[in-house]
Design a binder for this molecule. Structure first.
Ligand code: COA
Ligand code: ZN
Length: 294
């Protein structure tokens, strides 16, 4: 029998989810959720972000979170918006860095208060610092499928930013539909275009569900050959700089669908559902994920 197809999941709930929750989730509760995620089999995580506490107060405990997480079996890659964030993340023990730049100037200005070119001017120093620490860098691209301010984002702009990341030395790239504007044909086109241009550099897809298309987009990408997806426990998440932000694909929903399709995720369904239930208790309300409602 052929080997089971394997898909990697990058859990982004502890960063994308807790950053967008209106109230600050206490550090110990964040850690409880992270422990359950790792126990369920999550092997890579955006554990927190080293960003300005004025911009995102929910992430002000980044150093404490990183200090408190189990290290075995899981790669912890905090998100960083600039050189200061990269320095703090590495000084606090990050296993890798997830640098974020938007594919549109309008969203980059809203998110990190700089043009794309200004953000790119930091990249060389970030890559150099990561190299000195022997840590890989992920190049994450917000609004790769559409910008809430600008509308369509030309493919050339996406590939130009991917090229800057990869030329700089990124180990992988994240193509994020920050705004949930993607639909399956757009996803297939971008995935195939990316794979043709950058066949050596792995990529992950990050789908938000603002318009209900996230799972269809995942399936389309899967058929087009993608093998890594971002997902967030319970389906929480959202960019603070996107009006009407909605959640990510729920990790437990993705695990349910893929495992039922005979695709291995490395994550145990019952355990990830238990983690989602804990999260529901912590945030005190129903989460967007569907599987836990069954
Ligand atoms: N971590 C912690 N503090 C940081 C920081 C970082 N990565 N980068 C800057 N700061 C601090 C500076 O030290 C300075 O502090 P001070 O006021 O005590 O002197 C303050 O923030 C302002 O610095 P400045 O470089 O002028 O930043 P800014 O006000 O232009 O904001 C960002 C730029 C990038 C720091 C801010 O917009 C940000 O953190 N954005 C993150 C957005 C985000 O996480 N979005 C969701 C994920 S995609
Ligand atoms: Zn996101």
């Amino acid at each position: 029998m052929a080997d089971k197809r394997k898909i990697r999941i990058r859990e982004v709930g502890p960063r994308d989810g807790f950053q967008s929750w209106p109230e600050f989730v206490p550090t110990e509760q964040k850690l409880e959720v992270i422990r359950m995620l790792i126990d369920a089999g999550v092997q890579e995580m955006e554990t927190t972000s080293f960003v300005s506490p004025k911009a995102i107060p929910q992430m002000r405990d980044a150093a404490e979170v990183l200090a408190g997480v189990p290290r075995a079996g899981c790669i912890h890659g905090p998100l960083v918006p600039n050189l200061k964030g990269a320095t703090l993340a590495l000084d606090n023990g990050a296993d890798k860095l997830v640098v974020v730049i938007s594919a549109s100037d309008a969203h980059n200005l809203a998110n990190v208060r700089r043009t794309i070119n200004e953000s790119l001017s930091d990249l060389k120093a970030i890559f150099e610092l990561a190299r000195q620490h022997g840590k890989p860098v992920v190049g994450s691209m917000a609004v790769a499928f559409g910008c809430p301010y600008q509308g369509d984002v030309p493919e050339d702009d996406v590939f130009r930013l991917a090229d800057a990341y990869i030329t700089g030395g990124a180990a992988s790239v994240v193509l994020a539909d920050t705004t949930g504007m993607a639909t399956p044909p757009r996803v297939i086109k971008l995935v195939k275009g990316y794979a043709r241009r950058f066949p050596e550099t792995p990529y992950s897809l990050h789908f938000h569900n603002n318009r209900g298309t996230a799972m269809a987009n995942l399936y389309a990408a899967l058929e087009a050959g993608a093998d890594t997806f971002d997902a967030a426990l319970g389906g929480i998440g959202g960019c603070p700089n996107v009006p009407q932000a909605a959640g990510n694909l729920a990790t437990e929903d993705v695990v349910y669908m893929l495992e039922d399709m005979g695709i291995s995720t490395g994550i145990e369904l019952e355990a990830i559902i238990a983690a989602a239930r804990l999260l529901e208790t912590i945030v005190g309300g129903p989460l967007p994920g569907q599987v836990i409602k069954c």
